[in-house]
Ligand binder design. Structure first.
Ligand code: NAD
Length: 442
């Protein structure tokens, strides 16, 4: 089948590569000339495990192509996927300008029947606005062309995106046209073989399903972070509590890790956008506001621990392990590392940072500055620092040479923002060890 995808970011590029991998002819359209040029050269602008090989092989086979030209995009695919960004607007609502720009471009070029599939995370009612925008463009041209608008939210996780797309837990298709649902079922058939995971529903429910999924995951994290702060004050160990509650199958072990807050391009913006949607329809979504507030506060915890230990942080040097918002990605959008670095800089401290893949992204975000040194290795980062903070739980940080770290630091102070180390072991090795929610000293 022929597929066009607007937006070649984490979602669009993964969708394009996976659809090409199973034999479809995919054309990716983006407005970023640099990105398209790099992709045409076979260079991947983002880090996502397994993506490079897939893009390279499918491009070579001619099944995956890239263009800046929306007219070519509209002419190519029966399916027109919208996978552009929906960043938060100033008031927290989702900024739909990119989605509506694609809708306008489709309307300006449409010649024959197309299925417009919205993969971006968008507020309930956006499919109507997309339909309207395409309709307006058609009316402006004085033509009538049939088209459908479908909501097909994406649930992939950065860092495991290929596997999530290839073996989805569910494929949500929101449409009011049964024929369109069947065409999407055919497109998704290669990813839906083991048992039927395609959930066809009405458009508004599909749009809300995506927000509901992210909001409940964010709620689990904020709940655990709230309890970790309580555990700390009560002298309890949140890690033991975590295992204690996770053993109940109604609760489960997944996604109940306390830490330094959630980040990324989805949870923060989607929780805010859902709260905003609620407000727009006259409902005060109290829980959603609390989830977000708890998270904002939690991102400050590593800084507060450093401040409590050192007092004035002016002139101190802090080693930071992890910049990406989570392991296996280079994405630093809303990352906890950024909150920490910015607080340290404001307090007059310097940062020596290391991340296995997000160094380039960090350089792009912050440029050259005297109070940030991007180090070549984890060990180089701790060299001569006053303390080490671990903020992203990359595998390579799990079992480091603690003796070498201790000897490289001016003071053996370790703030573990993800609870990946054992407090007893840290104490035996002479560290002053702070973690999240594990007793009064930690
Ligand atoms: P991204 O910022 O990585 O990529 C968006 C791309 O869209 C950019 O390359 C940008 O240049 C391009 N773009 C903007 N306007 C365009 C236009 N008019 N025509 C063509 N291309 C255009 O974003 P992302 O992380 O891939 O997210 C895309 C959407 O998917 C968002 O709504 C997001 O909430 C949702 N989503 C993201 C994830 C994730 O893990 N990143 C997961 C599920 C859903």
């Amino acid at each position: 089948m022929k597929v066009t995808i607007y937006g070649s970011g984490y979602v669009g590029l993964v969708t394009g590569a996976c659809l090409a991998e199973v034999g479809n002819e995919v054309l990716c359209v983006d407005i970023d000339p640099d990105k398209i040029e790099r992709l045409q050269r076979g260079e991947i602008p983002i880090y996502e495990p397994g993506l490079e090989r897939m893009v390279e092989e499918n491009s070579r086979a001619g099944r995956l192509r890239f263009t800046l030209d929306p007219a070519e995009g509209v002419a190519h695919g029966l399916f027109q996927f919208i996978a552009v960004g929906t960043p938060p607007d100033e008031d927290g609502s989702a900024d739909l300008q990119h989605v509506l720009a694609v809708a306008g471009a489709i309307g300006e070029q449409l010649q024959e029947y197309r299925i417009v599939v919205n993969k971006s995370t968008v507020p309930v009612g956006t499919a109507d606005r997309v339909r309207e925008r395409i309709g307006q463009a058609l009316a402006g041209r004085g033509v009538q062309v049939e088209f459908d608008v479908v909501s097909n939210p994406e649930f992939l996780k950065e860092g495991a995106a290929i596997n999530d797309f290839m073996r989805p837990d569910r494929i949500v298709v929101g449409t009011d046209n049964p024929r369109t649902a069947e065409l999407l079922r055919a497109l998704y058939a290669p990813f839906n073989r083991n048992h039927d995971r395609l959930l066809a529903m009405d458009i508004r429910s599909a749009e809300l399903t995506k927000y509901a999924a992210n909001a409940i995951l964010a709620t689990k994290i904020s709940f655990m972070n709230e309890l970790s702060n309580l555990a700390e004050r009560l002298g309890a160990d949140i890690e033991q509590v975590r295992v204690g509650i996770g053993s109940d199958p109604r609760i489960g072990y997944q996604f109940i890790y306390p830490g330094a807050g959630y980040g990324g391009s989805c949870f923060p913006k989607d929780v805010k956008a859902l709260e905003r949607t609620a407000r727009d329809c006259g409902y005060h979504a109290e829980l959603l506001g609390a989830v977000e507030n708890v998270n904002e506060r939690q991102k400050q915890v590593p800084f507060t621990k450093l401040q409590q230990h050192f007092g004035d942080l002016g002139g101190r040097t802090i080693a930071l392990w992890g910049l990406a918002f989570k392991p296996n990605t280079d994405d630093m959008r809303e990352a906890s590392s950024r909150v920490l670095m910015e607080a340290l800089w404001a307090a007059g401290a310097r940062v020596r940072a290391y991340d296995p893949v997000a160094m380039e992204e960090c350089g792009r975000l912050y440029g050259e500055r005297g109070d940030l040194v991007l180090c070549d290795s984890a060990m180089a980062a701790v060299d001569g620092a006053d303390a080490l903070v671990v903020i992203t739980e990359w595998k390579e940080f799990r079992s480091p040479d603690f003796f070498q770290i201790r000897d490289s630091l001016n003071e053996p102070v370790l703030v573990d923002g993800r609870n990946i180390y054992d407090p007893a072991q840290m104490a035996t090795m002479g560290y002053t060890y702070y973690s999240i929610g594990r007793g009064p000293r930690q």
